[in-house]
Design a protein around this ligand. Structure first.
Ligand code: DX5
Ligand code: ZN
Length: 236
């Protein structure tokens, strides 16, 4: 029995957030992530309205698509995601994640059908203070990803808000109890020192901006995050 349970545990995935690199050299950030054997590239699209920063859009995603075959995990921190979803599909985003705070639940089914119809995956994201709404909990099993943000959206390099941990644990347990394939992704302030806690609380995808790109050796930093997560899983 314990062996069976072990095989069902989701893999730890590392998703470097290239927002933390020099924005004029994003191709290099992708190349570093590839060398570090990252599982995904986390792309933070921010419109200066949903959150107080402007980053990049579908044009940049499309340009990066030409230099990488890694999964593009696109975190849409924009107020009107439905206006732009086609462009991100066309640009080559693999996972399109929408914030629950701005997504109209009445539009969910249509949006989901569009994304799945294009052969992509859909995710939902929650700001630190946002609880998982019932409409989202009811649909969690059809999502590839739930992003639990541990900083307020906007900038890389902030400190993880540990007050989010009980919510992370609730969501992690819900996903596990229901047997959903949904990845529980932690975004904000992920560092080697806190991945153990994150994994013990039920997170399995580690987004890391500064936790990778602000390190002296970003390639090694990806391996370090993975090793710390594995150690936490093993009970070390
Ligand atoms: C914040 C973004 C995060 C951020 C992560 O708005 O969603 O993905 O870039 O960067 P760190 O890991 O430095 O907090
Ligand atoms: Zn993000």
């Amino acid at each position: 029995m314990s062996e069976l349970v072990k095989t069902l545990v989701k893999p730890i995935l590392v998703a470097p957030s290239i927002l933390a690199w020099n924005l004029g050299m994003l191709g290099d950030a992708v190349e570093i992530a590839t060398r570090g054997r990252a599982d995904m590239i986390h792309l933070d699209v921010i419109d200066g309205h949903f959150a107080p920063n402007i980053t990049f859009g579908a044009g940049t995603v499309k340009a990066l698509r030409k230099v990488s075959t890694l999964t593009f995990d696109t975190h849409l921190m924009i107020s009107e995601p439905l206006r732009y979803v086609d462009r991100f599909i066309e640009a080559g985003s693999d996972v399109l994640t929408f914030h629950a705070e701005v997504l109209d639940p009445k539009k969910f089914d249509e949006l989901y059908a569009k994304i799945k119809g294009a052969g992509r995956q859909m995710g939902l994201a929650l700001k630190p203070q946002t609880e998982l709404p019932k409409w989202a909990a009811d649909r969690l099993g059809s999502l590839s990803t739930i992003i639990v943000m541990t900083v307020n959206p906007g900038f890389s390099g902030q400190t993880m808000d540990m007050s989010v941990m009980p919510k992370l644990e609730r969501i992690g347990r819900l996903v596990e109890d229901k047997g959903y394939v949904t990845n529980v992704e932690i975004d904000g302030g992920v560092e080697p020192e806190n991945v153990g806690e994150v994994v013990r609380r039920g997170g399995n995808v580690l987004v890391a901006g500064a936790g990778v790109y602000a390190k002296r050796d970003p390639v090694a930093a990806i391996g370090e995050l993975r090793a710390r997560a594995a150690a936490a899983r093993a009970g070390a």
